[in-house]
Design a binder for this molecule. Structure first.
Ligand code: FE2
Length: 299
């Protein structure tokens, strides 16, 4: 029942051209052939896609796909969800093909985030080649990166991912959003899957209209980060946060607003953990340095 990694994210867009310009020309991801569902497919490793952008009527995050090691592990998770009364639907063969997987299931977490679970991910072995010279991304068995999801039902949602999908605690933060001493503080749970990445999932205790707080891609080098930041600024993309280094996973990164209305964290040098000896932490500060946030531009 343990998730191995974050396999992919699915995004809906009113304008695939904007995502192609952002993802390929600005960020430097590799565009693959379009999916059978008409999606724009963006690659960072040997998988046919890690980000798929579907044409649609809204600009939003649709779902995250979580990878299991095999069908037995996936079935155990699905059975556990059904016993607990969670509605789970099986994806059709065509839907599984569009996701490039063998077995696909869907459900919702307690905060209403759409969840996809799969086994049998397709691999086409095509080497990653960035059109903008990104040297490469830490992906493959560590998954595509991490995703931070809105979780207004924070404790219930954390329990869902722990009990049913097998996530473990990595760290938590409680951030005061005002100088008021009685500020209720915004909670964030950082959680790991069965791979060394510090967190594949984080849950933030507040609603987010786009359906996602941010997704994170981890490049190989600091120069990849610097050059990507330069391209984002040259293209006039909104830099949501300046360069900085996080406390809990030591990621050096900046944040840029995507055409989906949520942010992309572009980083490098994130912490890799031996979970057999890790003791979950509570970080009292979010950053060691940097990460100055700027409000999004008015619509
Ligand atoms: Fe992040």
């Amino acid at each position: 029942m343990t998730v191995n990694s974050l396999g992919y994210v699915i995004i809906e867009s009113t304008d695939l051209g904007k995502w192609r310009s952002f993802g390929v020309e600005t960020i430097g991801l590799m565009e693959g052939p379009p999916g059978p569902d008409g999606s724009l497919r963006l690659r960072i490793d040997h998988r046919p896609f890690r980000i798929a952008v579907l044409p649609g009527k809204a600009d939003r995050f649709v779902t995250a796909g979580w990878e299991f090691v095999d069908d037995a592990a996936l079935s155990a998770c699905v059975n556990g969800l059904q016993v607990a009364g969670v509605a789970v639907t099986k994806g059709s063969a065509a839907e599984a093909q569009a996701r490039e997987v063998r077995s696909l299931y869907r459900c919702q977490d307690p905060s209403g985030n759409a969840v996809e679970l799969y086994a049998g991910r397709h691999v086409d072995y095509l080497p990653f080649a960035s059109p903008r010279g990104v040297t490469g991304f830490v992906a493959d068995e560590q998954g595509m990166g991490h995703v931070v999801l809105p979780a207004p039902k924070l404790e219930e949602t954390r329990a869902f991912y722990q009990q049913h999908l097998g996530f473990g605690d990595s760290d938590q933060m409680w951030l005061a959003m005002s100088p008021n001493p009685s500020d209720p503080k915004l909670g964030i749970y950082f959680m790991h899957a069965n791979n060394p990445r510090h967190h594949s999932l984080a849950l933030m205790g507040a609603p987010v209209p786009s359906g996602c707080v941010h997704i994170m891609l981890e490049a190989y080098t600091i120069d990849d980060v610097g050059y990507a930041l330069e391209r984002c600024m040259a293209k006039g993309a909104h830099i949501s946060s300046s360069l900085g280094k996080h406390s809990n996973d030591f990621m050096v990164s900046f944040y840029v607003q995507t055409p989906g209305g949520f942010d992309l964290e572009f980083g490098y040098d994130g912490l890799e953990v031996d979970w057999s000896t890790w003791v979950p932490t509570t970080s009292l500060i979010p950053d060691l340095w940097g990460h100055r946030w700027s409000p999004p531009p008015a619509p």
